[in-house]
Design a binder for this molecule. Structure first.
Ligand code: KG4
Ligand code: ZN
Length: 353
C-alpha cells in the first residue's frame, strides 16, 4: 500500500478513537527539541538540547551554526524522547514538526527529520505553527484551559494579542508595530552589558532596581490592542549614551527595572483591554517572555480584577520546547490537517487567522 493510503486509513482510525500519541520535533531557532505527547494534554517525555552557550559567544543566534548543531543533535534528541516515553517509533501514532516561523535552515533540519521518520514508519505527518505551539503549552499545563480565551503571545520574534476561539481557530486582535517584546528585552539587556539571551538576566537585575527611576515614553498607537517597543529602546540607548559621555556610572538595575516595567505595562494593559472588550472567559500567556516575573504577577492581578482565570505556563513550557508542538498537533491531526512528503519549511509562516 502507498504511504498516502496507509496514512489516510491510520488517521481515520485515530479520529474514531479520539486519541493519539504524537512524537513532535522542534528546531525553529536555537533549541533542538523532541517530545512525546498524548492527546494534546499529557507530556510522556520532553527533551531539549540547547545551543545557547554557543550562540552566547556571538551575542545572538548565528543561523548557520544553529542549523549545523540541529543536524548533529536531532537524531539523539529524538531517540532520547522515545526512550524516556518508553516507546519505539512504531508505538507512536503520528509525527509532528514545527513548519515555521523561524530560521529556514534550522526549520529544515526538523522538517527533513520528521518526514524521514513519518515515511519510514508509515505515520501521519502533522505540520505545526510555532506560535500556535506556544499557545498550546497552556493545554499541557492547565487541564481546565480550553477555548475560548484571550492569549497574550510574547516571544523573541512575536508579540500578539490573540483570541483563541476554538482549538486551532484564532483571531488576531493586536500586534507589535516594530520589535517583538523578547527582542526588545534582549536589545536593552545588550546595551546594559548583559550577555545573550538578555531577557532572563534583565528580569533578575530588575529585582534590585527602582522601576520609576527612568521616565520612558508611552507610545501612541492607533490599533487598540497594538504594541510598540522601539521608542522605549531608543530612550534607553540615549540615556545610557548620555551617562557614558558625562563619565557617570550606569545605574543598570534602575534602568533595567524601568524598561521592564514599561514593556510589561504595555503588554498587560493591551491583553487586559482585549479580555475585557471580548468578555473573555479566561486569559492566558505564551512564549518566552511569559517567563518574565513582573509580567506574570501583573497578568495574575489583572485577571483577578476581571474575575477570570489566568493561565501561566510553567517556566519550562514558556521557552521553546517540542511538547507544545505535540499538543498543537493533536487537534490538527483530529481534523485531518496533515502534510504530504513535499512539506517545506516556511520561515515567515503566520498563525492561521
Ligand atoms: O519563545 P522563545 O523561547 O523563542 C522564540 O520563539 O522567540 O522566546 C525567547 C525570548 C528571548 O527574547 C528571551 O530573552 C525572552 O524570550 N525571555 C524573557 C525571559 N525569559 C525569556 N524575557 C523577559 N524576561 C524573562 N524572564
Ligand atoms: Zn518560541
Amino acid at each position: 500500500m502507498r504511504y498516502e493510503e496507509t496514512v489516510r486509513k491510520c488517521v481515520q482510525a485515530l479520529q474514531q478513537r479520539g486519541s493519539a500519541r504524537i512524537l513532535a520535533i522542534e528546531t525553529s531557532c536555537d533549541e533542538t527539541a523532541a517530545a512525546v505527547v498524548e492527546d494534546g494534554r499529557r507530556i510522556l517525555s520532553s527533551v531539549i538540547a540547547s545551543q545557547v552557550e554557543t550562540h552566547a559567544l556571538y551575542g545572538g543566534v548565528v543561523p548557520e551554526i544553529a542549523s549545523r548543531q540541529h543536524i548533529e543533535a536531532v537524531d539523539a534528541v529524538v531517540a532520547q524522547a522515545l526512550e524516556q516515553a518508553g516507546m519505539a517509533l512504531q508505538d507512536v501514532d503520528a509525527v509532528a514538526v514545527t513548519q515555521g516561523p523561524g530560521l529556514v535552515g534550522a526549520l529544515l533540519v526538523g522538517v527533513s527529520c520528521a518526514k524521514a521518520l513519518a515515511y519510514g514508519a508509515r505515520l501521519p505527518l502533522v505540520p505545526v505553527n510555532h506560535i500556535e505551539g506556544h499557545i498550546c503549552a497552556n493545554y499541557l499545563a492547565h487541564a481546565a484551559c480550553r477555548p475560548p480565551f484571550v492569549c497574550l503571545v510574547a516571544s523573541g520574534g512575536h508579540s500578539n494579542v490573540v483570541e483563541v476561539q476554538d482549538y486551532g481557530v484564532y483571531t488576531l486582535l493586536g500586534s507589535t508595530l516594530d520589535d517583538a517584546a523578547g527582542e526588545a528585552f534582549d536589545k536593552a539587556a545588550r546595551v546594559l552589558g548583559l550577555p545573550y539571551p538578555g531577557g532572563p538576566l534583565l528580569d533578575k537585575l530588575s529585582a534590585q532596581g527602582n522601576p520609576d527611576a527612568l521616565p520612558l515614553p508611552k507610545p501612541r498607537l492607533e490599533g487598540r490592542y497594538d504594541f510598540s517597543f522601539s521608542g522605549l529602546k531608543t530612550a534607553l540607548i540615549n540615556r545610557v549614551h548620555q551617562l557614558r559621555q558625562a563619565g557617570q556610572d550606569i545605574p543598570a538595575a534602575d534602568i533595567a527595572a524601568s524598561f521592564q516595567k514599561a514593556v510589561v505595562e504595555q503588554l498587560v494593559s493591551k491583553a487586559l483591554l482585549a479580555a475585557k472588550d471580548r468578555g473573555a472567559a479566561a486569559l492566558a500567556v505564551a512564549g518566552g517572555v511569559s517567563a518574565n516575573s513582573l509580567l506574570r504577577a501583573r497578568l495574575e492581578e489583572g485577571a483577578a480584577h476581571l474575575g477570570i482565570p489566568c493561565y501561566l505556563p510553567p517556566l519550562s513550557l514558556c521557552t521553546d520546547n517540542a511538547a507544545m508542538i505535540g499538543s498543537a498537533a493533536f487537534w490538527r491531526l483530529m481534523r485531518g490537517e496533515l502534510a504530504g512528503l513535499d512539506l517545506n519549511a516556511v520561515p515567515s509562516l503566520s498563525l492561521p487567522f
